[in-house]
Design a protein around this ligand. Structure first.
Ligand SMILES: C[S@@+](CC[C@H](N)C(=O)[O-])C[C@H]1O[C@@H](n2cnc3c(N)ncnc32)[C@H](O)[C@@H]1O
Length: 196
């Protein structure tokens, strides 16, 4: 039976240490993108950030207007323990789809593949809503499928384009050149810019 991918499901995954998605470090593709951003005052959101090494990296690099949102209180408390110098106001406990805000940049990593497939169109619409005019969604998406039983749910470039094209100018959606070894050749890197 398919599990309901709610707060309990995700919080238990952290409590039980069932976090096979966790890289334990900043994703190299995201690090490379972050390293070339010049505007340090961008307002940045990492949805479904989990242990959010990228959030810690952003703050370390002087991006002091960067936030994560996650359903799991355990993930957030782990993040606080590991990053005591980052103020709580940057850690939002909640559901991405209910979140209200305005961001210049949203960074995706294994959140899109963690939500139920039926929410994919809504993800594109919600992400568009949360971005300022000209704002960007960047990050990584799986380029292969893993079936429908439990996350991660993968997909194809063609499928992703069907969700994002109505809302975004597709600047980049291509094989990631700097994935970690086990994900090499299995991920797309995207840079999508809000259309309106
Ligand atoms: C597969 S994990 C990825 C975590 C992190 N991005 C990483 O790469 O290590 C998916 C994360 O999304 C969170 N999540 C799932 N559904 C969510 C929702 N609707 N709103 C906010 N967070 C959600 C989970 O709690 C979990 O931390």
């Amino acid at each position: 039976m398919k599990a309901e991918l709610d707060k309990n499901y995700w919080d238990n995954r952290y409590k039980e240490g069932q976090t096979g998605w966790d890289l334990g470090e900043v994703s190299p593709a995201l690090k490379a993108y972050i390293d070339q951003i010049e505007k340090k005052d961008l307002k940045i959101l990492i949805p479904g950030g989990g242990n959010a090494y990228e959030l810690a990296y952003l703050h370390q690099k002087g991006f002091h207007n960067s936030y994560l949102i996650d359903l799991s209180p355990t993930a957030l408390s782990n993040f606080k323990k590991n990053n005591p110098s980052i103020p709580d106001k940057f850690l939002i406990e909640g559901n991405y789809f209910d979140h209200i805000g305005e961001y210049d940049l949203i960074i995706e990593q294994t959140f899109f593949c963690a939500i139920d497939r039926t929410l994919r169109e809504k993800y594109a619409e919600k992400t568009n809503d949360l971005l300022v005019s000209g704002g960007k969604l960047i990050g990584l998406l799986w380029s292969e499928d893993f079936g429908d039983d439990s996350p991660p749910f993968g997909g194809t470039k063609k499928e992703y384009l069907s969700y994002f094209t109505p809302y975004f100018k597709i600047q980049v959606l291509e094989n990631s050149r700097n994935s970690i070894k086990p994900r090499a050749g299995r991920e797309l890197f995207m840079i999508l810019q809000k259309l309106t």
